[in-house]
Structure formats: C-alpha cells, structure tokens
Ligand binder design. Structure first.
Ligand code: NDP
Length: 295
C-alpha cells in the first residue's frame, strides 16, 4: 500500500505525494492500471488530453475501482493545440473523464500549437494562463487548482509577473540525471509544489540499471524503482508520478523508504557524470524566453 504522505497545495488541498502516471500505454491498458492502482491504495492519478484517448480510460478505471471520486486526486493537462480554447478544452476533458471536476488542471507546455502541429504564433501562453485563471475563479465546481508543467525558472518568473493566481503545481521531468534543482528551489520560494515526472527515466525505466540505485535497493531490501521514487518523495515539496501498466510493478512502486542525506547525495551526484533529459519533444525548440535553459 502506498505511504499516505500528502503535500499541501497553496489552495489548502492535500495532494498525495505518490500518483500513477499514464502516458504511453497500449489502448485498454490504462483503464486496468488505474483500477488496479486505486484498488491497491493509490489515490492520485495523472493524465493529459495529449495522452491519446487516455482520459476516457482513466475515467473508466476510476469507475471500475469503486473508489469514491472524492477520495481521488485527479490531474489532467490542457493540450498545446487547445491553448486558444482553454474553457472548452476543460469541458471536453471533464466529459471524457466522466467527472464533474478536476483536482488539478495544468498547462501542459507553454507552447501554443496549431492543429497541424506547428507553433501557433498568434496565441500567447500568457493569455492561456489568464483564461485558466478565469475558469478557476468562475467555476470552482469544475477545477480545484490550476498549475503549469514544463516551466523553467525564467518561464515561472515571467508568469509570476502577471499572474493573479500562483500556480499550485509545476510538473517537470526530475530524476537523478536531470534533477532540475533550480526549478524546484524557485517553486519552493513561491509555495509551488513540484511533481516529478519520468522518475524512472521514462520508457523502459533505464535508471533502474544504475549501480548506485541497485546498491541502495539492496541496502533497503526494496526494488530499484523504490529508490528512485522515494528520492522524489524525500525532497520537500515534491510529489511523483511513476507510470506502470504492470500490476505487480504498480504495487511494488508504492513502497516508499526514508533515504538518508548521504543516500540522497549519492543519487544526486549521478547528474554530475551524465545529464540526460528523456522527454524532449520537438516543440521545446519554440520558446522565446528560455527553452534553452530547460537544458
Ligand atoms: P517513468 O519514469 O514513470 O517510467 C515508465 C516506464 O517504467 C514504463 O516503461 C514502465 O513499464 C516502467 N516501469 C515502471 N515501474 C517499473 C518497475 N517497478 N520495474 C521496471 N520497470 C518499471 O516514465 P514516464 O515518462 O511515463 O513518466 C511518468 C508519468 O509522468 C507519465 O506517465 C505521465 O503521466 C507524466 N509525464 C508528464 C509529462 C509532462 O510533460 N507533464 C511528460 C512525461 C511524463 P510498464 O508500464 O510496462 O510496467
């Protein structure tokens, strides 16, 4: 059963520190994974409109689990091609998920996109944030918190210059080869919770093979995945969303161990040898105020 650790958002809501990621799965797999996770104690599910058809499956999985909606922390994300139509996109997400409300709604990337997949130069992500704020203020029955994802320090600073709602969360890639401690620090300064994505190194979980991860797994008599997931839960103000559609891994990943400062230091030193960003879609080249500093 997952450790029931929660992190408080700036809205006052409690976000479970461990959630289930749902990106990149075969059709049908996510529904079963969500139901399995919820039946085994998970109470936080992360999805996105961009995860081809996933929202509907996540909604089905929630229903199948029979866990009351009120006990679940549910996040979805506004898709890049929907950034001119945030309010309508939210309604579509709610319908697909079969839920009246989201616990958290994130701007997936500050990268407005045309339906064809190119940059939408007529849409400014700042206006999209303003639209998200408006929905949040006018429809608290639909959205309990709003936030961002893939925001670098410079993007966050730009946002905070004009925002009337401080994002509750910034969801970013974070693992020992790409900790992004500068962003985590900036978020802490402003009371923004960080959610670490791709904590195992994304597809096929390459970080499980790192010798220091295996060594610490032996020390604590847990699986290597538990070390990488626990690293994030042990960082103040950080939550984590490992993805798996494999029942025994979903259960296994929920074991959280208390790492020592020395263990954490050893894991963090991996980044000095090798810095890898696993999630780098083509649109990260479009930014005009700091995507280079996403490196
Ligand atoms: P993860 O780092 O969570 O790794 C997922 C991979 O690890 C899958 O191949 C999974 O396989 C495998 N795996 C999981 N548990 C174990 C285990 N115990 N032993 C061995 N292998 C394991 O990668 P993701 O990139 O999926 O990140 C997690 C989530 O973060 C996403 O699913 C998504 O919800 C979110 N995300 C958000 C992004 C954003 O832009 N905001 C970008 C990327 C991710 P299998 O499923 O076959 O078990």
């Amino acid at each position: 059963m997952p450790a029931h650790k929660f992190v408080k958002l700036n809205t006052g809501a409690e976000m479970p520190a461990l959630g289930l990621g749902t990106w990149r799965s075969q059709p049908g797999a996510v529904e079963k994974a969500v139901a399995h996770a919820l039946k085994h104690g998970y109470r936080h599910i992360d999805t996105a409109t961009a995860y081809a058809g996933n929202e509907k499956e996540v909604g089905e999985g929630i229903k199948q689990s029979e866990v009351p909606r009120g006990e679940i922390f549910l996040t979805t994300k506004l898709n890049n091609p929907d950034m001119r139509n945030a309010a309508a996109a939210l309604d579509a997400s709610l319908k697909a998920l079969g839920t009246p409300y989201l616990d958290l709604w994130l701007m997936h990337w500050p990268c407005p996109m045309t339906k064809e997949g190119g940059p939408d130069k007529k849409c400014d992500w700042r206006d999209t944030w303003r639209d998200m704020e408006k929905v949040f203020k006018e429809h608290p029955e639909k959205v309990k918190a709003i936030g961002v994802s893939n925001f670098s320090v410079s993007y966050l600073r730009e946002l905070l210059k004009f925002a009337t709602v401080v994002p509750a969360v910034n969801q970013i890639e974070s693992h020992p080869l790409c900790l992004q401690e500068d962003i985590v620090e900036e978020c802490r300064k402003h009371g923004i919770v960080v959610t670490a994505y791709s904590p195992l190194g994304s597809d096929q979980a390459p970080l499980l093979e790192k010798p220091v991860v295996k060594k610490l797994a032996e020390k604590y008599k847990v699986a290597p995945s538990n070390i990488l997931i626990s690293l994030q839960v042990n960082r103040p103000g950080v939550t984590v969303i490992p993805k798996s559609v494999t029942p025994h891994r979903i259960e296994e990943n929920a074991k959280i161990v208390d790492l020592t400062e020395e263990d954490i230091k050893e894991l963090c030193e991996l980044e000095k040898e090798d810095h890898i960003r696993f999630c780098k879609p083509y649109w990260t080249g479009w930014g005009n105020i700091g995507f280079p500093d996403l490196e």
